[in-house]
Design a protein around this ligand. Sequence first.
Ligand SMILES: [Zn+2]
Length: 149
Amino acid sequence: MKCPFCGHENTRVIDSRPADDNNSIRRRRVCDECDKRFTTYEKVETIPLIVIKKDNNRETYDRAKIEAGVLRACHKRPISADQISKLVDDVETMIFSREEKEISSNEIGEMVMEKLKDLEAVAYVRFASVYREFKDVNTFMDELKKVLK
Ligand SMILES: [Zn+2]
């Protein structure tokens, strides 16, 4: 992507997220040459993001699925809707900043856990237990101890 200010070829993406209309991706870019920043909008159709699931099936990326998982984990915890929405925003920024066409559901899960860990211990352990499919109570306790340390 050419810099609109100096025409230099090397620009970097510093932030990517779905635009408000949800049909495009808004990217903040910075020029390596003149350090100026600019925003581009790219049609979602040109960059479909595919999620590779554990069973190797593929489906198109759906923010609502991440949100649903986080909501479940946060059930009856002192976490506001705003905090959840902010967390999903952060995860989405990480996902779209990779600028790749595919992502595994594993990677998304790890990103969510990383963020939940900072937010709320119980919600984190709940999410991790569903996500990592803890086989027994010992694995669960190990994970819990790690968070509470
Ligand atoms: Zn420039």
